[in-house]
Every structure is written in structure tokens, then in C-alpha cells.
Design a protein around this ligand. Sequence first.
Ligand SMILES: Nc1nc2c(c(=O)[nH]1)N[C@H]1C(S)=C(S)[C@@H](COP(=O)(O)OP(=O)(O)OC[C@H]3O[C@@H](n4cnc5c(N)ncnc54)[C@H](O)[C@@H]3O)O[C@H]1N2
Ligand code: MOO
Length: 404
Amino acid sequence: MIQDCSPARLGFSEAFAAISARVLPLGCETVASHAASGRILAERVFAQRDHPPFAMAAMDGFAVAREDAGGSGERHLRLGAPQFAGDRAEPLSSGEARPIYTGAEIPPGAAAVLVQERARIAGASLLLAEPLADNLNIRSRGEDARCGECIAPAGLRVNPAIVGALCSFGIAEVRVRRMPRVALVTTGAELVPVGPAAGGAVIDANGPMIAALLAEAGCLLTGRHHVADDEAALTACLAACRDGGADIIVTTGGASVGARDLVRAAVEGGGAAVHFHGVHMRPGKPVLFASHAAGPLVFGLPGNPVAALVAARFFLLHAVRALQGREAEAPLTLLPASKVGDGWSENGPTRVLKARMSGYGADARVEILPGQQSHRLRPLLEANAWLVTGGGLPARLFPLFDHA
Ligand SMILES: Nc1nc2c(c(=O)[nH]1)N[C@H]1C(S)=C(S)[C@@H](COP(=O)(O)OP(=O)(O)OC[C@H]3O[C@@H](n4cnc5c(N)ncnc54)[C@H](O)[C@@H]3O)O[C@H]1N2
Ligand code: MOO
């Protein structure tokens, strides 16, 4: 049977452009900074206070007054009452060495903190033999961030370190993009959940794998469905996902040309326009992209697990980034041929190869892993990158997952 696969198959780069042309950023919401990890900032963020908020000791030691710090020859300074983090700082007068602890406010009049390990104590005095540099072991007010300063751009993905910074800078809540709502539909009568699998049954890898990928990318999985090879049931399931308010519907399997590959017919039957069905690449060739007018995007991922992963990692996440108001991903690096092992070429269709990068600078290397076929998941346990070759472009290296 000859199947009409128009619109024509696209090149790898053209497929990204076709997706970009159909995605606008989602709306915004406000969340507490402590709950913002994984979310995407919708607006620039400004520090609400100086950080550090006051000059503070960077080490446990002794605060020394300006007049004493700069002196030379042996000086005897009287030990004062200790000052701990959180204590109010009373002024320090010349002739006093005040025990002070990391994070404590530097008292007015102090110019340096002598670290405890270098201090010589005799009775109730500190013996100072060396001059102390101005601001020695003192963190100055606002050296990390100044109140009112822009500290993060829109489009930044919040990570745990950024949560800490937001809170330190007095920012209790942030405006973030609404999380993309994704409905995931696995297809194939042969699929069973992980567990005992008899006869011709195949354990579902794509469902859990794509669900995990979406969660890591900051999406909300609003529905997880399975449909056997039945066009009416698939059409009904896709309609329910669309009416349930999904921003993206993702299917896996049934994207190719077999007698039971029904995704395209069901997608079109449900009123979506197909923008591409097939990309000149391996793996991932049969991937489909469609959209509903004023409705969800639809990605039809191929069934072979590595093909599904590659199509999702590159095309689905490209759309997710655009919905989140983020810039498109750039490769980690372009690679000269000398840095890449055998088995690749600039000519021919795009290949997305399981790869392992190692070394730095002149020693940097990329190994193309054995087992490139699209059913073979095992090499991915060693892989840390994808090497994208072919399509008439230089080889480009991408991280296995986009965690930026
Ligand atoms: N005559 C042709 N045959 C095939 C072509 C082609 O161009 N002409 N393309 C091949 C390529 S490339 C791919 S990729 C696959 C994609 O096919 P489908 O998207 O239609 O996927 P299925 O036929 O449903 O399944 C293929 C394969 O993957 C297994 N599978 C499916 N879903 C899952 C899942 N959730 N977890 C684990 N494994 C899954 C399924 O059992 C099959 O083994 O088509 C080639 N054929
Ligand atoms: O795209 Mo298929 O992915 O080569 O197996």
C-alpha cells in the first residue's frame, strides 16, 4: 500500500522552525520563591535588599580597630566581650580586640578580622605583631547584590541555587510562566506495564520515559492514557485531551506507515492541521507535528524508544521552551572532525548519535557509542551527550538532557 505522507518530510533545522512558528509563551502566575525550583521566570527579578545586608565577619577571629590594624611592632590589645552572629554590634574602640564569629556584624570602628588560628593570646590580651590589611576577612555590605539591582533575566530556569539567592536577596515571591499542561497517550496493542509480560507483549518504556522527561522540563502531566490500535478510540482519546485543556498532546507509536499506524489519521480526524510528518533524520524519522487552531500542539513520537526519546528531547522540548518563554537551546559546542571518532559524516540525513564526551581543552573527545539502533536503550546508560551530524552542517554536541 502506498501511503500519502504529505506534507513533505522536512530537514532537521526546518522542523525546529516549523514548531517555533506555531508557539507563543504561556501566561504567568506568582509563586513563593521557596517553591519556584524548576519554574521559568516570566519577568526580570530585582534584589529587595543588599546582600550581605551589613559588613560581616568572614572568619571566626578577632575584630581589630582601624588605629590598631595598621600599626607595626608588637601591640597588646585588651580582649573584649565576644560578638556572635545575630548580636547587635556596639562600636569598637582602639586598644580592644573583640572575639567575633563568622556572620556577626562588624562593629563600627573595626577595620579587619584576625583569623583565630593566627592569634596569640596572653592572659586577657591579644598580641598583635603584624599589620592587618584593610577589610581583611570582612564581607562588605552589598558585595553580592545591591538592593534594586537586576539579578535575574526573564526566561531563566530557577534551580536550587537560585532559590537560595532569591531568598537571601529578600525576594519572597516571583512571577513565573504557567507550567505547560501535557497529556500523554501511548498507543499499541502489544504494550503492557512493567512487570510479567507474556507472548508478544512489549513492556511500555516510552510512557514512563516521556513522562519523566516532561516532569524534568517543568511540565504538568495532566493525563496519561493508553489506547490499543483502534482509530475510533484514539480519536476519542485525543478529543478528550484537547477538551481537557492540554497545551500539548503527545502520542507515542503508530506514527509510521504500517497498517496499524493510526496516529496521523486520528490527529487529522480530530481537526488538527499536520505541519510535518517525517523529518530527514535517524532516529526519529516518522515524528509528526500538528496543531489545533486555538488549541493544543500535537507531537506524534515514533514507537521505537530511542526514536521517541530523540524526537521528544529535541522537538517536543523545543516547543516546551517556547511555551515557557525561553530561548531555543544552543549546542554545547561545534566539533571539528578531529574530535569525533569514525562513523559520522556531514553529508546525508541528520543522525542523532548516542555519544560520550570526556576530557577538557586539547584532550576533549567525543566517542560515538556502539548500538545506535533505535530499539537499543542500553548505550544510554553510558551516554552523556548526543552528537548531531549530517544535514550538511558541522557536527554539534548537545547534553543528553537539557538541564540548563
Ligand atoms: N515500512 C516502513 N517501516 C518502518 C518505517 C518506515 O519508514 N517504513 N520506519 C521505521 C522507523 S524509523 C520507526 S522509528 C518505526 C516507528 O514506528 P511507529 O511510530 O509506527 O511505532 P510502532 O510501529 O507502534 O512501534 C515500533 C516499535 O516500537 C515499539 N514500541 C512502541 N511503543 C512502545 C512503548 N511505549 N514502549 C516500548 N516500545 C514501544 C513497538 O513494540 C515496536 O517494536 O517504524 C519503523 N518501520
Ligand atoms: O526513526 Mo526510526 O527511529 O530510525 O527507528
